[in-house]
Ligand binder design. Structure first.
Ligand code: HEM
Length: 460
């Protein structure tokens, strides 16, 4: 078996893991190599770090390495019988429905919706100038854009009478923390809030589905794909499962995207040479070619913004640990990892190895330029996971972040402070709050590419 870290009886290294999980994983890697086991309050969690070890994780079959068994703790949020809480074949089929809903044709339609919602958001909430917490704003905005892409305008009508979806999602998220991974049903206030928030969100989504079943209006969004998808035996998803999948999809996509948007802003504004390139892309592909209108082809051409997003995700992947439960013993090098262990990869540690990415702690979007792409080694770039459970929302997430920044940079001059420190207390890791920024509406709606060579113009 791989070397074991944590010698205190019963507790192992749980206390270190709870306070500085990434520090512990990185130190263990430096000390004992690319495979090791952390002993955590009775759980044995074997980490595989670096592309070669990570490939074992991503290439393993679900029968050997089960995501279902590792991710059961999300069931209080997603609901019973949804994805990881369903039999394997059913899980595959549900994931297929999700992938069908996120195909390219669906994405193309999303761009108009996202830019419209984004414009409206800033118009209504920001005004001419002010100070805001960028992360909080990105959270509110992404839940609007993502929920509209998934459920069409029905969500706006339903939210007219309901409480704030972003707040409810925040309570759901607070109920998914490192403790919930080990003990998801302890009688904690955060878990009670999580359950109450889930019931409210489910009621909103359920009312949308019921109203849609009564209506004859043609629909064309992810919800419609789920409502009309059929299992191989010809049966359809019941409303409870559709609600669960919608909650799960929004959950998977919302915080990951809003956190990444926030990091992208801080890195761009602290590295003005990259900001300049993005402003030029906005000018060339949206302003000059399309009169300011943001469309799918223009976004696709924004390769510098894309490499910035990928680099930000390399430095700060929102999912810092991906896990499976070992069902049948697997081998790696001279080690056997026995059934019963949890096995994990850490995008946050694995993508910061100098042996994989040159000067791995440096922000350098150029490392993804085609001529010197450092992410070619299989399973080296794992911000979106990989293999059969790789993220089906990758393109959607990137498109959403690109659209938001294309609108924001056209409309406002911003000032951001230095890059915040990461906060690893939640399962989805983001920048430490608050992420204050100031903004002033541009005099003219970005009618000409403009860059100020003085770096202090962009930072507080
Ligand atoms: C920046 C944005 C995003 C990041 C960094 C991200 C990251 C990830 C990662 C690392 C995984 C793999 C988990 C594992 O192997 O255990 C994953 C899976 C998944 N993601 Fe994303 N994601 C993002 C956006 C989205 C969006 C927008 C959606 C949907 C609208 C989405 C839906 C999913 C789903 C359904 C899975 C499970 C796939 C499976 O188990 O087969 N994600 N994501």
């Amino acid at each position: 078996t791989p070397p074991m870290i944590g010698s205190i009886p019963l507790i192992g290294c749980f206390h270190k893991f709870a306070t500085d999980p990434l520090g512990l994983v990185r130190k263990s890697y430096d000390k004992v190599g690319d495979a090791f086991t952390l002993y955590l309050m009775g759980f044995k969690m074997t980490f595989l770090i670096g592309p070669e070890a990570q490939s074992v994780f991503f290439r393993g079959s679900d029968e050997e390495l089960s995501p279902k068994e590792a991710y059961r703790f999300v069931t209080p949020v997603f609901g019973p019988g949804v994805v990881y809480d369903s039999p394997t074949e059913v899980m595959y089929e549900q994931l297929r429905f999700v992938k069908d809903g996120l195909v390219l044709s669906q994405l193309k339609k999303s761009v108009g919706i996202i830019s419209e919602e984004t414009e409206k958001f800033f118009e209504e909430k920001w005004g001419d100038s002010g100070e805001v917490d960028l992360l909080a704003e990105m959270n509110k905005l992404t839940i609007l854009t993502a929920s509209r892409c998934l459920m069409g305008s029905d969500i706006n009508k339903a939210l007219g009478q309901a409480s704030n979806l972003a707040d409810l999602y925040h309570e759901l998220e607070e109920g998914l923390n490192p403790i919930s991974f080990f003990f998801p049903n302890l009688p904690l206030p955060s878990f009670a809030k999580r359950d109450a928030a889930r019931a409210k969100v489910a009621a909103i989504f359920d009312s949308i589905i019921k109203a849609r079943r009564r209506s004859t209006e043609p629909r064309d969004d992810v919800l419609q794909v789920l409502m009309t998808s059929k299992y191989k035996d010809g049966s359809v998803l019941d409303d409870e499962k559709i609600v669960g999948l919608m909650i799960g999809l929004l959950f998977a996509g919302q915080h990951t995207s809003s956190i990444t948007s926030t990091w992208a802003g801080f890195y761009m504004f602290n590295n003005p040479e990259y900001l300049e390139q993005v402003l030029k892309e906005i000018n060339d592909y949206h302003v000059e070619e399309n009169n300011g209108e943001i469309n799918f082809d223009g976004l696709r051409k924004m390769t510098r913004l894309e490499t910035i997003i990928r680099e930000v995700l390399r430095l700060h992947p929102p999912l810092i640990f991906l896990m499976r439960k070992v069902m049948e013993p697997i081998t790696y090098k001279d080690f056997t990892i026995p059934a019963g262990h949890l096995v994990a990869v850490s995008p946050a540690v694995g993508m910061r190895l100098d042996s994989v990415f040159k000067n791995a702690n440096e922000f350098n979007p150029k490392r993804f330029d085609p001529e010197n792409d450092e992410s070619k080694t299989p399973f080296s770039y794992i911000a979106f996971g990989g293999g059969k459970h790789g993220c089906p929302g990758e393109n959607f997430g990137i498109l959403q972040i690109k659209t938001i920044w294309s609108v924001l940079l056209q409309k406002y001059d911003l000032k951001l402070g230095s890059v915040p420190k990461p906060d690893y207390t939640n399962l989805v890791a983001g920048p430490q709050a608050p992420c204050k920024i100031t903004y002033t509406r541009k005099q003219k709606y970005f009618n000409k590419y403009r860059f100020n060579p003085n770096p202090s113009f962009y930072t507080n």
